[in-house]
Design a protein around this ligand. Structure first.
Ligand code: S3P
Length: 172
């Protein structure tokens, strides 16, 4: 099957949703946010799914949603930061999409995640907590075809960097 999707992966707070929405608009592609779809399906915020049912249940909902997302075409897909932890998720997304990792300095991530109360895994986290979790995740994000630093420019500029990187990849 042709890879017509663009999948944004990466740690929490690296801008996957903001960049994904804007990228989809620019490329005139559909947009799908896996976390948002899970929230709609379950009828609860991510933090409530975690606190009421636990992370394991969240991860199984996530895998179902990943498979549904991967079956689409011409779609920019924003994934949650933990999607890459399961090999079957990565395999499904890679089959139909190009994977782009968004990354940023831990200090920038901390500033971004502090403003949002819907991320149970980093609620009240210190810089050290973020760094430890980020390091533990590092190798999982290496599945990406492209990596983009989202820490040093705004969303529009990041979208342009992504477009350029996609063109470079196609031209290789
Ligand atoms: C998670 C990241 C979150 C969300 C959930 C778990 C993770 O998504 O899926 O809180 O394990 O990294 P964002 O990366 O969009 O914050």
């Amino acid at each position: 099957m042709k890879k017509s999707n663009i999948v944004l992966i990466g740690f929490m707070g690296t801008g996957k949703s903001a960049v994904g929405r804007s990228l989809a608009r620019e490329l005139k592609m559909a947009y799908l946010d896996i976390d948002q779809e899970i929230e709609e399906l379950v009828g609860m915020k991510i933090k409530d799914i975690f606190s009421l049912y636990g992370e394991k249940r969240f991860r199984s909902e996530e895998t179902l949603m990943v498979k549904k997302a991967a079956s689409r075409s011409n779609t920019v897909i924003s994934s949650g930061g933990g999607v890459v932890l399961k090999e079957e998720n990565v395999a499904a997304l890679k089959e139909t999409g190009i994977l782009i990792e968004m990354y940023a300095d831990s200090r920038i991530i901390l500033e971004r995640v502090k403003k949002n109360s819907n991320r149970p895994l980093v609620q009240g986290a210190s810089l050290e907590d973020i760094e430890t979790r980020y390091q533990a995740r590092r190798k999982y994000y290496d599945v990406a075809d492209i990596r983009i630093d989202t820490g040093i420019q705004n969303v529009d500029e990041t979208v342009q960097l992504v477009r350029q990187a996609l063109q470079d990849l196609e031209g290789r």
